[in-house]
Design a protein around this ligand. Structure first.
Ligand SMILES: [Zn+2]
Length: 397
C-alpha cells in the first residue's frame, strides 16, 4: 500500500472545503486557498511505546501522520535531527531551558528536506516527469536532491542573490536552474511564466500543494518526542513564507487529538526587520498581512515580501497566544555568531532572527522563569559562512 490508510484527502484552510481522495494536489478548487492534508485521526492508534520501538530516525517513523507509506517514500533519511540544549542561553534569558532544533543537520542542510521528501513522493505517485519551484535557495537545492533520488527532472528558479552553495548544489544534483536577476518576486514571476508553458511541471513549492508543509510538521513531532511528549512553552521559528508556523500548529493539534502531547506551544514568528510583513500585521492588529514594499535584509532565505502563508502564520501566532518579532540584521547576525562562538552550534544567518527574537522577548518581559523555549535553526550555518564571518570582521575580529 502506498498511502496511509488514515489519509482521506485535503481540507481548505480558507473555505473549509474538503477534497477527497489520495491523489489531491495543488490549491483549493473552490477558492484557491492553501490545502492541508486531512486524516481520520480517530482510526489512528499511536502510542509513545510504539514509536520508541521503531529503529529508524527518519521522519517517516511518524508515517501515521504523513500521507504516504514509508515504502513509497522518496527519502534520504531526512529528519531525526537533535534538540540541542543550550543552558548558557537559558541562563542569559532567565528561563528554565532553551533548546535549538537543529535542522541544519538534514541531508541538504535544511528543514525543507522534510517537505521536499513528501512533495516529491506525491509528484512521483502522480506520474510526474518534472518538478518545479521558485526558491530563495534552500528548498530549491532540496527539491533538486529529492528529484534526482526519484528519477525526476527538476526546475528551480532562484534570485541572483541566492547563496553560492544553493546554486552550485542544484547543479551538482543535476537540476535545471534559472538564476533570475533581482529578488524572489522576480524569480517567482519568471517561474509563473514558465509553468504556464509547461503542463508537465509539477509544483513542489511550499503551500502550492498540501505536501511540503506536511513534511515540515515532523520537525515539531520530533521536538515533542524529544521532550518526552511534553509540549514546550514557546517555539520561535525564523519566518519567510509562514509555512513552518502553520505546519507546527497543525502538528501540535494532531498530537493533541491523538493524546500524545496536549495543547500547543505559543508560536512566534521571527522575521528580518527589512522584510517583516507578518510582524507588521501582527503589531497593527490586522487580520491579513500586506506585501512588503522594499525588502532589504541580509537574510535572503526569509526575504519573502508577499508570503503565501502569511495569514496562516498570523492565525497560528494568535490562536496559540504567541507573537511576532522583527530583528535588525546586526542583531540577527550577532545571534547566529554568538551561538557558534559560545555553544558550538552552526545556525544559518536567517535563523539568527530566532535568537535575536528570544533576547527581545526577554527584554520585554514576555518570558517566564519556568519556560521551556525552543528555537528552530532552519538551515546549516556553513551555507552562510561568508555572511557570518563578515559580521565578525565588521566588529574588528
Ligand atoms: Zn477553499
Amino acid at each position: 500500500m502506498e498511502t496511509n490508510p488514515a489519509f482521506t484527502g485535503a481540507r481548505c484552510t480558507a473555505c473549509d472545503a474538503t477534497v477527497d481522495g489520495d491523489d489531491v494536489a495543488g490549491r483549493c478548487p473552490s477558492c484557491g486557498g492553501v490545502l492541508d492534508a486531512a486524516y481520520e485521526l480517530d482510526a489512528v492508534d499511536l502510542e509513545p511505546t510504539t514509536l520508541a520501538a521503531r529503529t529508524t530516525r527518519s521522519q517517516w517513523r511518524y508515517h501515521e501522520l504523513l500521507p504516504f507509506s514509508p515504502e513509497a517514500a522518496v527519502t534520504t533519511m531526512e529528519g531525526g535531527t537533535p534538540l540541542v540544549p543550550v543552558p548558557s542561553l537559558a541562563e542569559e534569558l532567565g528561563v528554565a531551558a532553551v533548546y535549538v532544533k537543529d535542522e541544519g543537520r538534514n541531508p541538504t542542510g535544511t528543514i525543507d528536506d522534510r517537505g521536499q521528501s513528501v512533495a516529491v513522493t506525491a509528484a512521483k505517485r502522480a506520474g510526474a516527469s518534472d518538478v518545479a519551484l521558485a526558491s530563495t535557495g534552500d528548498d530549491g537545492q532540496s527539491a533538486a536532491a529529492y528529484a534526482s533520488r526519484a528519477g525526476l527532472d527538476s526546475h528551480t528558479f532562484v534570485p541572483s542573490r541566492a547563496t553560492f552553495t544553493n546554486k552550485a548544489m542544484v547543479n551538482v544534483h543535476g537540476g535545471d536552474m534559472s538564476v533570475v536577476e533581482g529578488r524572489i518576486d522576480a524569480a517567482a514571476s519568471a517561474f509563473a511564466d514558465a509553468v504556464a508553458e509547461h503542463d508537465e511541471w509539477h509544483p513542489v513549492q511550499a503551500l502550492s500543494t498540501p505536501y511540503p508543509h506536511e513534511g515540515l510538521k515532523t520537525a515539531y513531532v520530533e521536538i515533542a518526542e524529544a521532550l518526552d511528549w511534553e509540549t514546550p512553552d514557546r517555539v520561535i521559528h525564523p519566518t519567510g513564507r509562514g509555512a513552518g508556523l502553520h505546519a507546527f500548529r497543525k502538528a501540535a493539534r494532531e498530537l493533541d487529538a491523538l493524546g500524545l502531547a496536549s495543547g500547543t506551544p505559543k508560536l512566534y514568528a521571527a522575521q528580518a526587520e527589512g522584510c517583516a510583513p507578518i510582524v507588521r500585521a501582527f503589531e497593527e492588529g490586522r487580520e491579513a498581512y500586506e506585501p512588503w514594499d522594499a525588502p532589504d535584509t541580509i537574510c535572503g532565505r526569509i526575504e519573502i515580501p508577499d508570503p503565501a502563508g502569511g495569514n496562516l502564520a498570523l492565525d497560528a501566532i494568535r490562536e496559540t497566544g504567541g507573537g511576532a518579532v522583527a530583528a535588525p540584521d546586526p542583531e540577527t547576525l550577532e545571534g547566529a555568531t554568538s551561538l557558534a562562538g559560545t555553544a558550538g552550534l552552526e545556525l544559518s544567518a536567517s535563523s539568527g532572527t530566532a535568537v535575536a527574537a528570544a533576547y527581545a522577548l526577554a527584554e520585554r518581559g514576555e518570558l517566564d522563569a519556568d519556560d521551556t523555549l525552543v528555537l528552530v535553526n532552519a538551515g546549516a550555518g556553513s551555507k552562510d559562512d561568508d555572511v557570518l564571518r563578515s559580521h565578525l570582521m565588521s566588529k574588528g575580529i
